[in-house]
Design a protein around this ligand. Structure first.
Ligand code: HAM
Length: 418
């Protein structure tokens, strides 16, 4: 039996890798004053049918539940966020700076960088429509990637603005009803043959291709870059009006992060969505918002491709998962004492393991090494002293058993750093 196509098993090493990604995400988000929240995995299908746009609706994992409700596993978090904020915003000071790490589900064709489930860091800033908030979000996206050890040679955030395109449509007298469809065509233009895009654009092909060839200018985006340069972050971004994003609800600045070599799918994407909360509010709440999401799949691939990032994450994995102590029982008559001590050490916060079955001493030391324990604590001939051995240095000390907790406590930094 295998997992379903596009679904992953997370064996302990995979889980450790994933958790180290989550830990980096959380750390950087907190540096920016973001707080964590979450919503339900299952939502009414209607929430996405109305708000996410045709592309994502075609990828829903949806079914009728036993109560006859049409429901879907969340393909993204933004509609849930808009619903939750519309219903609860009164209890919070604005702007809200919220992040979340949902698992999302999309019935996509499985390919490199695209699965049927993925984890997604979502960061959203709600209740402020100034350009400064777009700058703050793009800066956060850059710093999240820098938090993994990536540099400007590794990734780029491509910045665009949907209002640039809607202004162009207005100038060309395109009726409002066609805007969404045209934005989708422009969004796909990079991946489609030029003739196909030209046919879909009709009369608009000429002005659109001119812009896509670099002929457009956006003052708003230039200001955004200028403000990023005040933070010395401009080298991580590029204005690129070909980005319009597939989701229906964006209303202004949009952006996507890519690996610099352009080998992988988007690492992250987002933008401003000033109307979505009002559309999902039962009581006329209207709040501007800007946000983005970064998936774990493409990010994981890029980490594996960039040695500095991989080493940084591996260090975090080791820090998160390594064992402090392994209790080695050489004299079975001391097992009771050893268990009492082990319990006290665990109560004090030490990560301690041992062999629950009677095991040869050599084997116990081998297990300690393979688990990456920092030190072993031997219950042997030295009793009532214990032999503490630091595995990295092979240094040994005898410590009276009743003093071991205090002894370890006094040397916690040294031992854990070893
Ligand atoms: P999105 O561009 O659909 O945006 O997804 C964001 C990121 O999630 C992508 O850049 C990609 O890394 C990852 N991702 C999406 N689908 C898959 C998949 N099938 N397999 C693996 N990774 C995937 C949104 O979801 C918006 N709701 C983001 C947002 C938040 N906008 C405002 N706030």
């Amino acid at each position: 039996m295998k997992p379903l196509p596009g679904f992953r098993d997370f064996l302990p090493d995979d889980c450790a890798f994933r958790n180290a990604i989550f830990a980096t995400w959380r750390e950087v988000c907190r540096r920016y004053g973001f707080v964590e929240w979450d919503g339900p995995v299952l939502e009414p299908t209607e929430l996405y049918q109305k708000k996410s746009g045709p592309e994502i609706v075609g990828q829903l994992f949806n079914f009728t539940d036993k109560g006859g409700r049409e429901v879907a596993l969340r393909p993204e978090l933004t509609p849930t966020l808009a619903r939750v904020v519309a219903a609860n915003e009164r209890g919070f000071r604005k702007p809200l700076k919220w992040f979340s790490i949902p698992q999302c589900f999309r019935y996509e064709k499985q390919q490199r960088g695209r699965l049927r489930e993925h984890f997604q860091l979502n960061c959203d800033l709600i209740g402020d429509d100034s350009l400064g908030t777009d700058v703050e979000l793009v800066a956060l996206l850059i710093d999240l990637l820098r938090g993994f050890g990536f540099i400007a040679d590794d990734f780029v955030v491509r910045l665009s603005d949907r209002t640039f395109w809607t202004d162009l449509f207005t100038a060309e007298n395109v009726p409002n009803e066609r805007w969404t469809e045209l934005l989708q065509v422009i969004d796909k233009s990079e991946r489609e043959p030029r003739e196909k895009t030209a046919a879909q654009l009709g009369d608009l092909a000429k002005p659109v291709f001119e812009v896509l060839a670099g002929g457009g200018r956006s003052e708003k985006l230039e200001q955004l870059v200028e403000q990023l340069s005040q933070r010395d972050l401009a080298r991580f971004v590029k204005i690129d009006l070909s980005i319009v994003r597939g989701l229906a609800y964006y209303t202004g600045v949009v952006f996507e992060a890519f690996d610099r070599k352009g080998e992988l799918r988007a690492i992250a994407g987002g933008g401003r969505y000033d109307k979505l909360i009002a559309q999902l509010s039962d009581n006329a709440v209207s709040l501007p918002a800007v946000g983005f999401a970064m998936g774990d799949v493409v990010l994981g691939e890029l980490i594996k491709n960039v040695p500095a990032a991989f080493e940084k994450l591996a260090e975090r994995v080791t820090r998160q998962s390594s064992l402090d102590l392994y209790v080695v029982i050489a004299k079975e008559e001391r097992r009771g004492e050893a268990m009492r001590q082990l319990q006290q050490l665990r109560d004090a916060g030490w990560r301690v393991d041992y062999a629950s079955a009677v095991t040869k001493v050599g084997k116990q030391f081998q297990t300690a090494e393979s688990l990456g324990a920092k030190a072993t604590l031997l219950y042997g001939d030295e009793w009532p002293q214990l032999k503490l051995k630091t595995l990295a240095t092979r240094g040994e000390t005898l410590v009276p058993h009743e003093k071991i907790a205090a002894y370890l406590q006094a040397r916690a930094g040294e031992l854990r750093g070893a």
